[in-house]
Design a protein around this ligand. Structure first.
Ligand code: HEM
Ligand code: HEM
Length: 428
C-alpha cells in the first residue's frame, strides 16, 4: 500500500490537521491525569500498617478505574480509528512503540496490582471508592513477590514513556512546527493541551507530597517510635490498676447462691438511647466503631444486685467502623468471623454494688465459640421504673482469637467497650 503522506506535503498537512475524536481526546487526558495521580500515590503511600489503609484503598480504586477506562479507550479505538500518522521512518515507529507500550502499561499496571492484592497474606477486601466491592483473582500466592517487582517496574516504565512521549509531542510543536499536539488537544487548542501537560506534572508532585506528608511521614514516625520502644530496657512491671477487667480471672459465683431479700427482682426492658461502641489502638491512632444490633434481658433489683441476671446478645455482623472496606474486613475470618458465628453473648455471674449507683458485674463473654470470664462496670441513674445505664469493659481480643496474625499486628490487644441504654422496669 502506498503512503501518500510520505510524498505529498499537502496530504501530510491534511493528516496533521486531522484530529482525534472528542471521545478519544477526553479519554487521553483523563488517563494522563489519572496515571500521574496513580504513580504518585503508589510511590508516596506506606505499603503496610494502619496508615497504608486509606491511600491503598484509593490507589486500588483509581487503578481499577484506569483499567476500565483503558478498555473503553481501546474499544473506542476500534470503532473510531485514530487519524493517519503524520510521520514516517524511525520516528513514526518510535511513536508507535511508545503508544502501544503505554497501552501495555495501562493494562498490565492494574492487572499486576490486582494480582498483588489477590495474593497478599493480609486479606484486605477491595471496595472501590468505598462503595463497590471488587472480587479478588483466584491466582497462586507464589505470584505475590514477582508481581510486586513487575508492578514497580511498570511504574518506572510509565515515567520513561511519559518523558519520551512528551519530548516527541514538543518536538512536533516547536521543532517541526506541525500541529500534532492540536490533534489530541481539547477543541484543538494547543494552549489547553499545554495546560493539561502542566497539570499532569503538577498533580504528580502535589499528590505525591500530600500523600507522603499525610500518611508516610506519620507511618515512619510510628515505626521509629516502635523501634525505640523495642530497644529500650524493659520497664518495671506496672502495678495493676483497679479496673473492670481485673476480676476476669476470679472464680465466678453462681447467681443462684445470692439471697433475695425483697421479692423477685424486677425485669427491665432495654428501651431507647441504645449505644454499644468499641475502640482499639491502631498504630498511633484509634479505630472506633459500634454494634448497631444488640439486645438483652435484664433482671435486677438495683438495691439488691446480688440476685441480678443480665444477658446480652450482640449481632457480630452489625459491627461497623463507618467504612465499607474495614467493615468487610471486620466481619471476615481474621476478626469477628461473623458469617459463621453470628452472636456474641455476655451473661452475668455476679453483680455487686461498688458505690451509690455504681456496679461491678462479673460474667462470661462468648465470642466465636470461646467463653472467657469478662467483667463490666456500670452506673445507674434515674429512679424507680425509668433508669439510664452506662458502662464500660476492657476486652482482651486475643483471648477470643480476634485479629490474630498479620491482620491485627498494628492493633492494641485490648478493646475498650462503652455502652449505654435506657431501661424501663416491666410491670409485675
Ligand atoms: C501519562 C500520560 C499520557 C499517556 C498515558 C498518554 C498516552 C497516549 C497514547 C496511548 C496515545 C496514542 C493514542 C492512539 O493513537 O491510540 C497518545 C497520543 C498522543 N499524546 Fe499522549 N499520553 C500521555 C500524556 C500526554 C501529554 C502530557 C501530551 C502533551 C504534550 C500528550 C500528547 C499526545 C499527542 C500529541 C498524541 C497524538 C500523537 C499523534 O497524533 O500521532 N500525551 N497518548
Ligand atoms: C496503572 C495503574 C497503576 C499504577 C501506575 C500503579 C503504581 C504503583 C506504584 C508506583 C507503586 C509503588 C511501587 C513500589 O514503590 O514498590 C504501587 C504499589 C502498589 N500498588 Fe499499584 N499501581 C497501579 C494499579 C494498581 C491496582 C489496580 C492495584 C490493586 C487493585 C494496585 C495495588 C498496589 C499495591 C498492593 C501496591 C504495594 C505493593 C508493595 O507492597 O510492594 N496498584 N503501585
Amino acid at each position: 500500500m502506498s503512503k501518500p503522506n510520505a510524498i505529498d506535503p499537502n496530504s501530510r498537512l491534511a493528516d496533521a490537521q486531522a484530529r482525534y475524536s472528542t471521545g478519544a481526546i477526553v479519554l487521553h487526558w483523563l488517563l494522563a491525569l489519572a496515571m500521574a495521580f496513580q504513580v504518585a500515590v503508589g510511590f508516596a503511600m506506606p505499603h503496610s500498617g494502619p496508615y497504608s489503609f486509606a491511600p491503598m484503598q484509593l490507589h486500588k480504586s483509581v487503578g481499577i478505574a484506569i483499567l476500565l477506562l483503558t478498555l473503553v479507550r481501546l474499544a473506542w479505538r476500534i470503532f473510531r480509528r485514530p487519524p493517519a500518522a503524520v510521520e514516517t521512518g524511525w520516528t513514526a515507529l518510535a511513536a508507535k512503540i511508545v503508544h502501544w507500550a503505554f497501552y501495555a502499561v495501562l493494562v498490565l499496571g492494574p492487572v499486576t496490582g490486582w494480582i498483588i492484592v489477590s495474593t497478599a497474606s493480609l486479606h484486605v477486601p477491595t471496595v472501590l471508592f468505598g462503595v463497590l466491592p471488587w472480587p479478588h483473582l483466584p491466582v497462586p500466592a507464589a505470584l505475590n513477590e514477582p508481581m510486586e517487582e513487575v508492578h514497580e517496574a511498570l511504574a518506572w516504565i510509565a515515567i520513561g514513556l511519559f518523558v519520551l512521549h512528551v519530548a516527541g509531542a514538543l518536538r512536533h510543536q516547536f521543532l517541526l512546527r506541525d500541529p500534532v499536539i492540536a490533534r489530541i488537544a481539547p477543541a484543538g487548542s494547543v494552549a489547553a493541551a499545554m495546560a493539561l501537560l502542566v497539570a499532569t506534572i503538577a498533580i504528580y508532585f502535589a499528590v505525591g507530597s500530600y500523600v507522603a506528608q499525610t500518611y508516610l511521614v506519620p507511618a515512619m514516625a510510628d515505626f521509629r517510635a516502635m523501634r525505640a520502644r523495642e530497644q529500650a530496657p524493659p520497664a518495671p512491671a506496672p502495678t495493676p490498676a483497679a479496673g473492670p477487667s481485673d476480676e476476669a480471672t476470679s472464680t465466678p459465683e453462681p447467681a443462684a447462691s445470692a439471697t433475695v431479700e425483697a421479692g423477685p427482682p424486677p425485669e427491665w426492658t432495654i428501651a431507647g438511647g441504645r449505644r454499644l461502641a468499641f475502640s482499639v489502638a491502631n498504630g498511633g491512632s484509634r479505630v472506633a466503631g459500634r454494634f448497631t444490633d444488640w439486645n438483652g434481658a435484664v433482671t435486677m433489683d438495683p438495691d439488691h444486685p446480688e440476685s441480678a441476671d443480665i444477658r446480652i446478645g450482640i449481632k457480630l455482623a452489625s459491627a461497623t467502623v463507618g467504612d465499607a472496606t474495614r467493615d468487610a474486613m471486620l466481619r471476615g475470618a481474621d476478626f469477628l468471623a461473623s458469617s459463621s458465628n453470628r452472636t456474641a453473648t455476655w451473661r452475668s455471674t455476679k453483680v455487686t454494688r461498688t458505690g451509690p449507683g455504681r456496679y461491678h458485674a462479673s460474667g462470661t463473654l462468648t465470642i466465636r465459640g470461646r467463653s472467657r470470664p469478662q467483667a463490666i462496670a456500670f452506673t445507674l441513674t434515674g429512679k424507680d421504673r425509668e433508669r439510664h445505664v452506662a458502662g464500660s469493659a476492657t476486652i482482651d481480643r486475643t483471648a477470643f482469637g480476634i485479629g490474630t496474625g498479620e491482620a491485627g499486628e498494628s492493633l492494641g490487644t485490648t478493646v475498650a467497650l462503652e455502652f449505654s441504654f435506657d431501661a424501663t422496669a416491666k410491670a409485675r
